[in-house]
Design a protein around this ligand. Structure first.
Ligand SMILES: Nc1nc2c(ncn2[C@@H]2O[C@H](COP(=O)(O)OP(=O)(O)O)[C@@H](O)[C@H]2O)c(=O)[nH]1
Ligand SMILES: [Mg+2]
Length: 278
């Protein structure tokens, strides 16, 4: 069960391309977590302990993932948003624009279907789909398992599209360098205030579908102010995945972050080489 909402993630399957989907029990979410105030105190304490254990185990696996990314020199990003904000569209356009410049691999998270992984594969990029079943977020073990089937190139990108949900994915570290929250202008300005954990957890907010602004009653300055109210240091880029606005700034940010990851990996590699006895 998810420690945040009590949803059941036990039925997750990972579809490796060219393979049949298989049941994936390794990351079982055990425990039964609800936060009803009427639960007896002992039961409440037990549930809090289970919840803490669940998050501790996730954090341990996330650290292992992060070490892998750091040593390999891969920039791993966790894209989070509500359903339909344009994550997959953004990923497809991003991969197309980066062709020949940066190697990109993608992990797709949805409760059901491989539709998004199929959309990514049309670009030629390798993609692995994770279906979380009743689960509402990806966890670090799902990502570790999905990595087995994905090529990670030094200096390249691993883009992880999380399950559409502005709540639970905020609590689950996948080992990413940054969470990137996508908010589309059709969702209302108030979402950063209503879901502050997510906007606090993200280092970058992509404000998508800006091409629709002339048709909407959406106060973009207010949306940005709300995001900064909950996370003063959050970086914001206004984009339109379909029309291209802001994509240059987003791509420049990606390139800069990817270069920084490669520099760290190269430095670690040289340090390891000089300390290894001949
Ligand atoms: N007008 C407009 N529509 C967009 C934009 N980005 C995505 N969409 C549309 O929004 C819908 C949901 O997009 P999708 O990428 O599937 O969202 P996801 O659920 O976050 O992966 C699709 O119909 C897209 O064509 C955008 O920048 N502008
Ligand atoms: Mg999608």
């Amino acid at each position: 069960m998810c420690s945040t909402c009590g949803c059941d993630g036990d039925g997750a399957t990972i579809e490796h391309h060219h393979e049949h989907p298989h049941h994936h029990p390794a990351h079982s979410h055990d425990g039964h977590i609800h936060s009803h105030s009427t639960a007896p105190e002992a039961e409440r304490v037990r549930r809090v302990a289970v919840e803490q254990d669940l998050l501790a185990r996730n954090n341990a696996q996330a650290s292992t993932n992060r070490r892998t990314f750091t040593q390999t020199g891969v920039l791993a990003l966790n894209l989070v948003s509500s359903p339909g904000s344009g994550k997959t569209t953004l990923l497809v356009k991003t991969i197309e624009r980066l062709a020949g410049q940066l190697p990109v691999a993608v992990i797709e998270g949805d409760q059901q279907t491989s539709l998004d992984a199929q959309r990514i594969r049309t670009t030629g990029a390798p993609a692995t789909q994770i279906n979380t079943g009743k689960g509402c977020h990806l966890d670090a073990t799902m990502v570790a398992d999905a990595l087995c089937a994905l090529p990670l190139a030094s200096g390249g990108l691993l883009l992880i599209e999380n399950v559409g949900n502005l709540v639970c994915p905020a609590s689950f570290d996948l080992g990413e360098a940054h969470k990137v929250v996508v908010l589309s202008v059709t969702e209302g300005e108030d979402k950063p205030l209503k879901y502050p954990d997510m906007f606090r957890a993200a280092d970058l907010m992509l404000l998508n579908k800006c091409d629709l602004l002339p048709h909407l009653d959406f106060d973009i300055a207010k949306a940005e102010a709300y995001a900064r109210q909950v996370h003063p240091a959050i970086r914001i880029i206004r984009v339109s995945a379909t029309q291209g606005e802001g994509m240059d700034e987003w791509l420049a940010w990606l390139q800069q972050q990817a270069r920084a990851c490669k520099v760290v990996a190269d430095t670690l590699g040289r340090a390891a080489a000089t300390t290894t006895p001949a």
